[in-house]
Every structure is written in structure tokens, then in C-alpha cells.
Design a protein. Structure first.
Length: 730
């Protein structure tokens, strides 16, 4: 098959390209810096000195709870995290730069509510467990509040202004989705003014020799800065920690226009082409005999990967919208978005047989494609009636999802092996996507209207009431195009209620209730006996009470929650795995988070989740813990600004994850493990231009561990990895 190799022009200079070599990447940085040097002056130098100060402060606060940051709460409109009556977490661009994440789980290392199930060079690119519930890869991921399919897709994190995690059931706010939560990627937008223009280039290397270059250019043009733009481009290529090879090209463009005083237009696009060769294998325990996993293994070489393994993923996203300021307190906005992903994958699947590490080696060779189309219109504003102030959000949304699977894919055994030996079992690929015969397997349509009203009863007390009304249709098709299943339901109502009390302007206590509905699983894994089946939707309820506060030198959150949902799990019978729905699963827990400045140099933060999960209501495994739900997760972070070296900050973070059930029967779990991450950031001036150097070490102790990925699936934990990068702003 043919793989695309895209040469992207650097926005910094028409003569520079993202060449797929370390030398080419170094040339990119040098070219951009040289161009910046040619245009620099005393005024620019003064501005960059101020920029260094601002970014140093932001980095110092990178471990904060970020309660003042705005979050996109869907049908609740845009609010700060402090004003939202649900738990949330915001990861800023500064933290993204410092973390240099390889996978989604790296972004939420400091959050105890999140268990990392993702893989940087494997198929499980964006899997997370939140509060013990797997996020729904079809409905739990958004870009600027609009849907996309996350399967096999790792987004270019360096193109994001922040990444938001809304925890718990989000059915009222966004429609159908997992009650575990929702991840929203907020893309970088044009600056608000010409004075806030963004111009930066960066160069980095990750273990073992994975090089990346990134350029970020944004500004405004025209009379009074009427037209805005923001261009980001990334090239990454080289060897991964497991001796594989990665090549990634990504470009995003954001535009806006202030058409009149009250009317504005926005446009956002993102394209990424990502090819991973010798990608990590998928490891299943469905056939494992006994109650113990093999001893954890090092995942720092290609021993587990058979020849010919790869994942080729192309992602595209585009959106456009209008905003109209009807009155000072009222705004109407409407938007349309399209997202699509196409994947061609030849995957090694190791089916563990015993605790000695023997396995059956299967190959999964197939292609798939997903599309999302989304249209919405939202009215948001404030009014006063009967002496009460109302904050109203009302709107309508339509979205259509289409899943295409392979008719001619291959899934079968190619041999046997052992985790301690080199995997030499190859397989000849079936060909390109066209030869695999993609067919429309699933179509899901949602039409919804929603309204929410936050009523201020007094300066301290307020109440929120919201309702979403949804018409839902889910259809399944066979390879011949004939409809094989249909589920349609009108009048699905998902309510939300909350009572909020501001003890002070900086402290809010709340109690909330929300219902949600998520589509039934479309069984897309050919390893399951009901492959291709479309299961019934799952209903859930969430109850939560909590308190949030952000003071001058410290911040803290606490939440008690209970989530009830229809149980869905993988049942294993005689080595055959089937996705089934049976009874109910409940999740009760406590979340705590805090951060504090300890003097001028020190910052300490931490979080804790205690979770009690259980199958019940006639479930075949009543009383057992729910698959994927650890009892305890705890994190701690420490940051130190070195007074003797201005601009230097050192960080350390630790995360403990308790044992996690792999099967609903409860006899097999991943053991508990603890990881240590270290980092350093140095802000300085080079040639009169603000420069930030970053270094980080993930899994600094080189811990060997098994990571829970999904029911009956594990991953060998990432080894110690190093990252070094530099960013120049001009």
C-alpha cells in the first residue's frame, strides 16, 4: 500500500520546510529564529521580557486546579469551573507544553479520578477511565464542544489552548454519552488584539529518537484588527520507545472576522496524518487460565511486535459558525462541524494463555472509517423577572454519525509465542482500504432541543434546572447494505437539577442530579462472538454534592458522587468472548483535590479518589467490583522555583493506582502500581528573544507494570522516557 508523505511549509519562513529528518527539524528552528532576529528591535525585546514573566507564572501554576478557567458546559453555556455544579479539570497550554504528552493519559497524570488506559503507539490512543467508568470513544470526545470519533486517533496536543475534562454524566449538557465524563479539546484561536500576536517555533526530541517541530503563528489584520488568524503546524518523525517508528504531520487553521459591531464569524480546521509502524500489540486475557497475570515485562523494545504491524490514521475536522450579539446580555450563535477519520491497521493481538506468559498470536487486519456531522443553534442571555435574575441557555442540535467497517478484513491466529521471546510471527497485509471493502455498518442520528435556567434566589443561593429532549435513531447494516437492526426512540428526556450556594465569591457548595443515555455498543471488535451487533442504549443517573474554593494562595475541591447505570461487560465462556448487558452497576466515591503555594518558591498539590463499585440488580456477578474501577487512586505534585537561577523551575509528580478488575467475575485484576515523573523548565532570553527550555522524565524509576485498558485487555506499561524541547517566541 502507499503511504502519504506530506511536506508542510513552515509559516515562519517560505524557504523552510518540515523535512523528515533531525537535521531538517533543526533547520526549521534556525530559519525561524533567524527571521525573528532580522525583524527584532528594542520594543520587541521589551515585550518579550514581559512575556517571559507571564509564562513563568503560568508554569508555576500548572499544577493548579484552574477553577477560574472557562469551561464549555454545552447546554449550560460557558462558565468557569468554579461556577459549574459538577467536577471538572482543565489542562492548560502551558501544562501541555511542559508535559509533552505522548497520549491522552499523560495530560491527566495529576488527577486521581482518571485512570490512564491509553497507548501512544497502539490502537487504544485515547482511552480513559474516569470514576471507574470507561469513556465512550464514540460520544465522550469533543473539539470546541463538537463531536468527533477518538478511536485510534491521537490529536495534536500542541494545537490546543486547553483540554477540559467534565466528570460524570454529561447527557444533559451534550446529549448521549458515557456517565464517566467527557473530554473537550479547545483549539488555539486568533489573538484578541494585534498586540497579543503569537509567533513561536519549537523543536523537541523524545526517547529514543522521536523528533518533532512545531510552529504557532497568530495575529490580526485589517482595519481595527477585524480579521484574525491562528496557524499551527507540527511534524514528528523517528523511533519510539518500543523500537517502532512514528511519522506525523498535522496542521490547523483558525480564522475569525468581526463583520459588524455585533456579528462575528469563526472558522476552525484541523488535519492530521499519522503512521505508526511496529505499533504496540493489543494484549487480551480472555483465554488466560488461572487468577494471576504474568510478571510485568519491559516495554522498551520490539520483542512483542510481529513483522508488518502498523496503524495508519488520517483525521480531519472543520467547523464554521456565526455569533450575533442581540443585546448587551443576549447572544445567538450557530455552528456546523464535520469530522472524519480513516484508519488502516494491521494489529498484533496477543491472547495470553497462562501466568508463564505463553500466548496465541492473532492478527487483526482491517480498515474503518467514521464521520460526524453536527449542527446547532444556541441562545444565551440574562433577564430579571419578579425580582429574580435568570441565566438562560436554550437551543437545538442535530448530529449524524456513520461507522464504516471492513467486509474483507482478516482476524485469525498466525502462531504462538511467549512474552519473554522475540515475536517473529509475520502476516501479509490484505491491501489498502479499497480492497478491504468498507461498508456502512452503523448510522446514528440525534435531534435534540434543550433549555436551562440558572435562577439567582439571592446573592448566595441559586438553582439550576435543565431539560434535554432527544429523538434518537440507531440503525445497523450488513455487508450487502441491508438494514439488520433498528432502534428508534422519541421523547428521551435527560434532566439536570442543581442547588448552588456561594459561601463567599471564591467558594461554592453544590448538590446536583443529572440523567444520561448513551448509545448501545456497536461491537466493532472481530474477536467478540457478537461482532457487528448493535446493543440497546444504556441509561444512567448521577448524584453529586461538592464544594470548590480558590483563594489567593491555595485552592481545593471535594465531591461525593453516586452513579447508577445499566451494566454492560464482556462475558467469557469457554474462551469465547461476548459483549452483554445484564443488571446494573453502581459507582460511589469521594474525590479530593488541593493545591497551595508554600512561600515564594514552593508549590504542593495532590488529589485522591476513593471508589466503591458493584454489580447488582440481578446481574450474574452481583456483589463483585465493576471491571475497570480501582478502589484507590492518589496523586501528589511538588514544584520548586530555584531562587539562585531565575527562570528555573523543577517539578516532581507521583501517582498511585490501585488494583483494577479485568473481569466481572472478579478473579483477575491488574496489580497496583506507582509512577514517578520528573520535570524542569527554564525561561530565559537568547539573542533578545524569549526562549523556554523543557526537560521531563516519565516513569523515572522505570517501573514495570500492567495497565488496565479495557475489559479483559491489558497493556505493558510505558518504560522510562525522556523528553527535551525548546520554544522560541519572536
Amino acid at each position: 500500500m502507499t503511504y502519504r508523505r506530506t511536506a508542510l511549509r513552515s509559516p515562519a519562513s517560505p524557504s523552510c520546510t518540515f523535512a523528515p529528518t533531525a537535521l531538517g527539524l533543526a533547520c526549521l528552528l534556525a530559519c525561524a529564529a533567524a527571521q525573528a532576529q532580522g525583524t527584532g528591535d528594542a520594543t520587541a525585546t521589551s515585550a518579550q521580557l514581559a512575556d517571559v514573566t507571564v509564562r513563568a507564572t503560568a508554569l508555576e501554576d500548572a499544577a493548579d486546579l484552574q477553577l477560574r478557567r472557562p469551561v464549555n458546559a454545552g447546554a449550560l453555556g460557558e462558565r468557569s469551573a468554579l461556577e459549574t455544579p459538577y467536577s471538572s479539570r482543565v489542562v492548560t497550554a502551558e501544562t501541555i507544553e511542559q508535559t509533552a504528552p505522548n497520549k491522552l493519559g499523560d495530560l491527566f497524570f495529576t488527577d486521581a479520578s482518571v485512570s490512564d488506559n491509553s497507548a501512544s503507539v497502539g490502537a487504544w490512543a485515547s482511552y480513559l477511565t474516569v470514576r471507574g467508568l470507561d469513556l465512550d470513544w464514540q460520544n465522550a470526545y469533543r473539539i470546541d464542544g463538537r463531536p468527533f470519533i477518538s478511536y485510534v486517533t491521537t490529536l495534536p496536543y500542541e494545537h490546543m489552548e486547553q483540554v477540559e475534562l467534565l466528570k460524570g454524566a454529561t447527557g444533559f449538557m451534550y446529549g448521549f454519552g458515557s456517565p464517566g465524563g467527557l473530554v473537550n479539546y479547545v483549539t488555539k484561536k486568533p489573538p484578541a488584539s494585534a498586540a497579543a500576536a503569537e509567533r513561536s517555533v519549537g523543536l523537541g526530541i523524545n526517547s529514543k529518537s522521536l523528533w518533532r517541530a512545531h510552529a504557532d503563528l497568530g495575529g490580526r489584520a485589517g482595519e481595527e484588527g477585524r480579521w484574525g488568524y491562528r496557524l499551527n503546524a507540527t511534524h514528528e518523525q523517528g523511533s519510539t520507545f518500543n523500537d517502532g517508528h512514528l511519522r506525523r504531520n498535522a496542521v490547523s487553521l483558525a480564522l475569525d472576522a468581526r463583520l459588524t459591531r455585533d456579528l462575528s464569524w469563526e472558522f476552525q480546521s484541523l488535519y492530521q496524518d499519522r503512521l505508526s509502524r511496529d505499533a504496540e500489540p493489543t494484549i487480551t486475557t480472555a483465554s488466560l487460565a488461572g487468577t494471576r497475570l504474568p510478571s510485568p515485562i519491559a516495554n522498551d523494545n520490539g520483542r512483542l511486535v510481529g513483522p508488518g504491524n502498523f496503524a495508519d490514521n488520517t483525521f480531519q475536522y472543520v467547523s464554521t459558525g456565526l455569533k450575533y450579539q442581540i443585546a448587551p446580555d443576549w447572544q445567538l450563535r450557530s455552528s456546523y462541524s464535520y469530522s472524519g477519520t480513516r484508519t488502516r491497521r494491521n494489529e498484533t493481538v496477543l491472547d495470553l494463555l497462562d501466568a508463564a506468559g505463553n500466548y496465541r498470536n492473532d492478527r487483526s487486519d482491517y480498515g474503518e472509517s467514521y464521520q460526524f456531522r453536527h449542527l446547532d443553534a444556541v441562545l444565551q442571555g440574562r433577564l430579571v423577572t419578579g425580582g429574580l435574575q435568570h441565566q438562560i441557555v436554550a437551543g437545538a442540535a442535530w448530529q449524524e454519525q456513520a461507522n464504516d467497517y471492513s467486509a474483507n478484513g482478516f482476524y485469525g491466529t498466525v502462531g504462538t509465542g511467549n512474552l519473554g521471546s522475540q515475536n517473529t510471527l509475520g502476516y501479509i497485509s490484505q491491501g489498502d482500504l479499497a480492497s478491504l471493502g468498507l461498508f456502512r455498518a452503523v448510522e446514528v442520528t440525534q435531534k435534540a432541543v434543550f433549555v436551562s435556567d440558572t435562577i439567582a434566589l439571592s446573592p448566595q443561593w441559586s438553582v439550576l434546572a435543565g431539560l434535554r429532549y432527544t429523538h434518537y435513531t440507531q440503525r445497523g447494516f450488513g455487508t450487502n447494505g441491508a438494514e439488520t437492526s433498528r432502534y428508534s426512540q422519541s421523547g428521551v428526556i435527560t434532566p439536570s437539577l442543581a442547588l448552588m450556594h456561594h459561601l463567599t465569591p471564591q467558594t461554592m457548595a453544590y448538590a446536583s442530579f443529572v440523567e444520561a443515555l448513551q448509545p448501545g455498543t456497536s461491537v466493532s471488535n472481530p474477536a467478540y462472538t457478537n461482532y457487528g451487533a448493535l446493543l440497546d442504549p444504556l441509561k444512567s443517573r448521577q448524584y453529586e454534592v461538592g464544594i470548590k474554593t480558590e483563594q489567593a494562595s491555595w485552592a481545593a475541591t471535594a465531591a461525593l458522587f453516586r452513579i447508577e447505570k445499566k451494566a454492560e461487560y464482556v462475558a467469557v465462556n469457554g474462551g469465547a468472548s461476548t459483549v452483554v448487558q445484564d443488571g446494573q452497576s453502581t459507582f460511589q466515591g469521594l474525590e479530593l483535590g488541593a493545591t497551595a503555594r508554600l512561600g515564594a518558591q514552593w508549590r504542593l498539590g495532590g488529589s485522591l479518589m476513593l471508589l466503591d463499585s458493584e454489580y447488582g440488580r440481578g446481574n450474574a456477578h452481583t456483589g463483585n467490583r465493576v471491571v475497570g474501577a480501582p478502589k484507590t487512586v492518589a496523586t501528589a505534585q511538588l514544584a520548586y522555583r530555584v531562587a539562585q537561577v531565575p527562570g528555573l523551575q523543577l517539578t516532581a509528580g507521583i501517582k498511585h493506582t490501585g488494583n483494577t478488575p479485568l473481569r466481572p467475575s472478579g478473579e483477575l485484576s491488574t496489580p497496583a502500581f506507582t509512577l514517578l515523573n520528573l520535570g524542569a523548565t527554564y525561561d530565559t532570553l537568547m539573542g533578545g528573544y524569549a526562549t523556554t527550555w523543557r526537560a521531563s522524565i516519565n516513569n523515572a524509576a522505570d517501573k514495570k507494570y500492567w495497565l488496565y485498558q479495557y475489559a479483559n485487555y491489558v497493556k505493558a506499561g510505558d518504560p522510562r522516557t525522556f523528553n527535551l524541547s525548546a520554544t522560541v517566541r519572536f
